[in-house]
Design a binder for this molecule. Sequence first.
Ligand code: PRP
Ligand code: URA
Length: 212
Amino acid sequence: MEQYKNVKVMEHPLIQHKLTLLRDKNTGVKEFRELVEELALLMGYEVTRDLTLERTEIETPMCKTESKIIAGKKLGIVPILRAGLGMVDGMLKLIPAAKVGHIGLYRDPDTLMPVEYYCKLPTDVAERDLIVLDPMLATGGSASAAITFLKDRGAKSIKLVNLIAAPEGIKAVVEAHPDVEIYVAAVDEKLNDHGYIVPGLGDAGDRLFGTK
Ligand code: PRP
Ligand code: URA
């Protein structure tokens, strides 16, 4: 993905190890859920790298000193339902004060086009730095639609975090939203004829919620 300056593939060994466990078809629902949460937390560490710090005065048991804290940045986390929900708690462990908006989209199985069925966002979404969460970036239709949706409501700062992406999905989002930074743990080989990522991990929502 060297050709896209806004795409960061996170090669950290812990991320790669957990992703391997996640892909395995023998990984059950409980472990799958735990892994998605842990991966979101590990990726969140990098996603939040550019948060601004400011100085504050504190008193240690030894003396008064100046130290750094995160400046009062307004953050927002926006999972794409359903599967994005699995990444929320991991991200909130790092940035507990973030507000959470929800966008409900499902892919029409025939057209592969995203269909919106739910949206509830913080009222001040336009002033927040937003982090959109979805484990899978396949055709890119769902992520692109969610980002467009947020921009239509005034959002100016958006990052996208996916666990597994297909090259087609990355290309689609980069072309539609060149201002959005994309963080992924892996870029897989291709999409199959049904729009599933290969090798991928199967249907993220079904594996997360045990619906198949
Ligand atoms: C999955 C996934 C993404 C979308 C990716 O959701 O969680 O939202 O597909 O595909 P795309 O990049 O081609 O749009 P799905 O539509 O299966 O809905 P679900 O989370 O409710 O199962
Ligand atoms: N959605 C999924 O859950 N998995 C894929 O491989 C593609 C879309």
